[in-house]
Design a protein. Structure first.
Length: 96
């Protein structure tokens, strides 16, 4: 009976060690993972994109006239939409 208890205790110690090791490795992998798509979109340089410039113009105009996103432009390509929204947000919200 004494051997069984000791073996049982060792199994629990081993299970706890494996769980702790997995937790450490999981957090290490998470820290080394690439940035999310939202972070990438925020860091992307759209300054030469015509839709970005259109967004900047619309954002500046809305800010000047105290409006909130008056023009609802839609683009077929996601990148064009992201460029426009990035320009709009940059001009309307960040340059107050």
């Amino acid at each position: 009976m004494r051997v069984r208890t000791t073996l049982s205790q060792w199994v629990w110690v081993l299970a706890a060690a494996l769980a702790l090791g997995t937790g450490i490795n999981g957090s290490t992998l998470r820290a080394a993972s690439p940035p999310s798509s939202q972070e990438q979109a925020h860091d992307q340089d759209y300054s030469k994109n015509k839709n970005y410039r259109t967004g900047m113009r619309d954002g500046k105009d809305d800010r000047t006239h105290n409006r909130d996103h008056s023009k609802k432009r839609r683009f077929k390509k996601d990148d064009d939409q992201k460029a426009y929204e990035s320009g709009y947000q940059q001009s309307h919200h960040y340059n107050k």
